[in-house]
Design a protein around this ligand. Structure first.
Ligand SMILES: NC(=O)C1=CN([C@@H]2O[C@H](COP(=O)(O)OP(=O)(O)OC[C@H]3O[C@@H](n4cnc5c(N)ncnc54)[C@H](O)[C@@H]3O)[C@@H](O)[C@H]2O)C=CC1
Ligand SMILES: O=C(O)[C@@H]1CCC=N1
Length: 281
C-alpha cells in the first residue's frame, strides 16, 4: 500500500513520522508534497526512501490513499488539481473538520473519508475520529482503521458530531496544557517551587491520570471521588473549581462551534459560490 500526503506542516509531518516510526509504513511507501518544498525535503532527509513529489498529480499517481493535511481554505485549490487526475479507486482522506464529506464528493469521483487526528497520535496514543463517505466500502474503512490503529484508537462517529469530537480529541491537548501552564505559573509565584520541577510533577500526573482513565478502569467521576476523600483537601479545592468554572465548558463549546460555523460558511462559499442549503453541523 502506498500513502500520499498533501501538506507536511504540523499535522502532516506528525502523521508521516508517527506512521513510519510505528512501523505501519516504510518510508518507501510514502509520497509527500508541500507548498514550501523544504518542509517535505526535511522529512525525506530524515526518512531515506520517502519520495517528495513536485506535483499533486504525482502524489495521486503514486498513492492508494492520500491524506489532505492542509487548512480548510486551501482545500478548493487542491481539490481542483486532484480533479484533473482523479480516479474511482483512490481513497482521499481529509483531516480537517470544516470541510464536509459532501463538499469533496460533489467535486471528485474518488472515495472520500474524513479522519481527524490528534497531536497525541505522535506518541501512538489518543483517539482518531473516522467518518466515511458514501463510496467507501467496508474494506476501505478497515484499511484506514488498520493504518490509524498503529498510532491511535480509531473511533467512528457520525459527521454531525465532527466539531464536538474534534474539541475533545484534537483541541483537548491544548486545553489541558493551558490548564497545566496556568497551574504551574501559580505554583511558582505562590510557593517559589522550581518551574521545571513543578512542570515535571504535573506532566507525570497527567500521564498517570490518562492511564487510569483508559487502562485502569476508572471513569472521571470515580477517579475524582477516590482522590477527594470527604472532608479532605482535594474536596475543598474541587468546590472552588466547581464554583469558578460554572458555565465555562458550555461557553467553550459555543466558541469552538461558532468558529466552526464561520469556517464552514467560508468553505461552503468557496466550493459552491453561494450559501444554498448548507447543512448545519
Ligand atoms: N494541529 C493539530 O493539532 C490538528 C490539526 N488538524 C487539521 O490539520 C490541518 C492542517 O493543520 P496544520 O498541519 O496545523 O497546518 P500547517 O499550516 O502547519 O500545515 C499546512 C501545510 O500545508 C501546506 N500547503 C498549503 N497549500 C498547499 C498546496 N496547495 N500544496 C501542498 N502543500 C500545501 C503548507 O505549506 C503547510 O505546510 C488543519 O486543517 C487542521 O484543522 C486536525 C487535527 C489536529
Ligand atoms: O485549532 C484547530 O483549528 C485545529 C483543529 C483541531 C485541532 N486543531
Amino acid at each position: 500500500m502506498k500513502v500520499g500526503f498533501i501538506g507536511t506542516g504540523s499535522m502532516g509531518s506528525i502523521l508521516i513520522e508517527a506512521l513510519i516510526q510505528s512501523g505501519a509504513l516504510e518510508p518507501e511507501q510514502v509520497t509527500a508534497i508541500n507548498r514550501t518544498p523544504q518542509k517535505a525535503q526535511l522529512l525525506a532527509a530524515q526518512y531515506e526512501g520517502l519520495h517528495v513529489a513536485s506535483t499533486i498529480a504525482e502524489v495521486i499517481e503514486h498513492s492508494h490513499i492520500v491524506f489532505l493535511c492542509i487548512k480548510p481554505m486551501e482545500y478548493k485549490k487542491v481539490v481542483d488539481e486532484i480533479a484533473q487526475c482523479d480516479r474511482p479507486d483512490l481513497i482521499l482522506v481529509s483531516i480537517t473538520s470544516p470541510v464536509l464529506i459532501e463538499h469533496l464528493e460533489s467535486q471528485l469521483k474518488c472515495k472520500i473519508a474524513k479522519i481527524i487526528p490528534s497531536i497525541t497520535n505522535y506518541v501512538w496514543s489518543g483517539a482518531s475520529i473516522g467518518m466515511y463517505g458514501s463510496r467507501i466500502q467496508t474494506e476501505d474503512r478497515l484499511l484506514l482503521e488498520q493504518l490509524m490503529m498503529s498510532i491511535s484508537r480509531p473511533i467512528q462517529i457520525s459527521e454531525e458530531y465532527t466539531r464536538i469530537t474534534s474539541d475533545l480529541c484534537s483541541c483537548g491537548p491544548a486545553f489541558i496544557s493551558f490548564f497545566l501552564e496556568k497551574w504551574v505559573e501559580a505554583a511558582v509565584e505562590v510557593t517559589g517551587i522550581d518551574k521545571k520541577e513543578a512542570t515535571r510533577l504535573a506532566c507525570e500526573m497527567v500521564h498517570g491520570t490518562g492511564k487510569l482513565l483508559t487502562e485502569g478502569g476508572f471513569t472521571p467521576e470515580q477517579l475524582k471521588q477516590r482522590v477527594a476523600v470527604p472532608g479532605g483537601i482535594t474536596a475543598e479545592a474541587l468546590r472552588l473549581l466547581q464554583n469558578q468554572l460554572e458555565g465555562v465548558f458550555h461557553q467553550l463549546i459555543q466558541v469552538t462551534h461558532a468558529k466552526y460555523e464561520e469556517d464552514l460558511e467560508k468553505v461552503h462559499h468557496v466550493f459552491y459560490g453561494q450559501e444554498v442549503n448548507r447543512p448545519q453541523y
